[in-house]
Design a protein around this ligand. Structure first.
Ligand code: PMP
Length: 427
């Protein structure tokens, strides 16, 4: 079988739309075919090695194929099983650990993906408030289900693509991050709001972050209007702090969603929050239904148990922050060397890089940054063995294994990449 990615993609195109099993993996002739992942990087089928700061969109917090997590999963598979459609004592054990790390959680349910976790949280918020309308902060991403596949642009609200009935946007209204007046107006007008949904640190908009003041105002406004505050911590959870963005801000949501880092790459997700809210999941009339064949399967649970134990009991996260900080400083030196105006958004474990004068405060600010230069920089980094999403809306993700990266090499490569990007870039 060929190892050449162009040939692999041509063959795959006969079997899958775009030749890939997930549309975001389609990079045309640059599509990547992985041979093997380990630690903070991987090799591709054509023998190239990459240090990887994309980390599969963020789930890898320890490293690829972390032997501690893998051993725990193998043990569970061999000694308990995979899927059983019944409860196990491990269920409460994992939730107890999450509650210890995230004091905003009183009760919880599991899911298989971030998308499913958001669906669960939104359904619970609606079931609890008996309201339908939700406010969503623009620039965030909350998964690929119809209601979340609308985004706000200068031209109004537009769908991510085809197949989305207009009716699926009827109960969604967008608000801008850090715009307190817009929030107040949206809450005060129209039908009562079931929930406000946001990524407090927008892992899908270059880690552009809510200000602490905005988060406090938002918390108070939701309480005043009887609306649920849902923080989508799919990217920030167990990454920006043990207790996620809510520890970072010192503000608790009513409901929160988690995925990614909680399983170091195993497919596991969860949503939870206030006990009185979560208890709407019941068989009472009007109670919310939640479940699924693969929900909290033993692969997912054992991976979460092992990953969370490491994050809670070792200094892994301190290592991740320290590694991220060194990378931020390194990039800062490179950009300064070339007199490229730059800012960093968000915390060191997942920062965004923006070529702008000041740190963007909303997705609209992001649109004014020199994102094309960032994309060009990334493309040159990729050619030189540094993997990133070439889109400044995706942050740099760090994992514990990145402590092994040769930063001298990286600085050289970043210098070469920025020089090449500027050569070609019409500013
Ligand atoms: N919420 C956020 C904040 C995310 O970043 C993502 C995925 N990038 C999702 C939800 C959806 O998660 P998944 O891809 O696991 O369905």
């Amino acid at each position: 079988m060929s190892t050449d990615p162009v040939q692999l993609l041509a063959e795959a195109t006969r079997h899958m739309p775009l030749g890939v099993l997930d549309s975001y993996r389609y990079w045309g002739d640059e599509s990547i075919f992985v041979r093997s992942l380990k630690g903070g990087g991987f090799t591709s089928t054509d023998g190239r090695s990459f240090v990887d700061y994309r980390l599969g969109y963020g789930p890898i917090i320890l490293g690829y194929r972390d032997p501690r997590v893998d051993a725990a999963v193998i043990d569970a598979i061999q000694n308990i099983g995979t899927v059983c459609g019944f409860s196990t004592p491990m269920d409460a054990e994992v939730v107890r650990r999450i509650k210890k790390m995230c004091p905003n959680i009183e009760k919880m349910r599991f899911a298989n993906s971030g998308t499913e976790a958001v669906m669960g949280a939104v359904r619970v918020a609606r079931g609890h408030t008996k309201r339908d309308r939700i406010l969503v902060v623009e620039g965030g991403f909350h998964g690929l289900y119809d209601e979340m596949m609308w985004r706000s642009d200068e031209d109004g609200v537009v769908p991510f693509g085809g197949g989305l009935p207009d009716s699926t946007r009827a109960n969604v209204q967008f608000i801008e991050l850090n715009d307190e007046d817009g929030l107040a107006q949206a809450l005060a007008s129209g039908p009562p709001v079931a929930a406000v949904l946001l990524e407090p640190i927008m892992g899908n908009s270059g880690s552009i972050s809510a200000t602490p003041d905005y988060i406090r105002t938002l918390r108070a406004a939701c309480t005043a209007h009887g609306a649920m505050l849902i923080m989508d911590e799919v990217k920030t959870g167990f990454r920006v702090a043990k207790g996620g963005a809510q520890e970072y801000y010192g503000v608790h949501a009513d409901l929160s969603t988690y995925a990614k880092a909680m399983g170091n790459g195993y497919p596991v997700a969860a949503f939870g929050g206030r006990a009185d809210v979560m208890d709407v999941i019941s068989f009472e009339p009007g109670g919310v239904t939640h479940g699924g064949t693969y929900t909290a399967n033993l692969i997912a649970l054992s991976a979460a148990r092992a990953t969370l134990q490491i994050l809670d009991e070792t200094n892994a996260l301190e290592t991740v922050y320290a590694v991220g900080r060194r990378h931020r400083e390194l990039l800062g030196r490179v950009f300064t060397h070339f007199s490229v105006q730059h800012t960093f958004a968000g915390p060191d474990s997942m920062f965004g890089v923006h070529f702008s004068e000041s740190v963007p405060l909303s997705w609209r600010d992001w649109k004014k940054t020199d994102a094309p230069l960032y994309t060009a920089f990334c493309k040159h980094l990729i050619q030189r063995g540094v993997m990133l999403e070439p889109d400044s809306r995706e942050p740099w993700f760090f994992c514990e294994a990145h402590q092994e990266v040769d930063l001298g090499w990286l600085e050289d490569v970043a210098m070469q990449s920025m020089a090449a990007a500027l050569d070609a870039h019409v500013r």
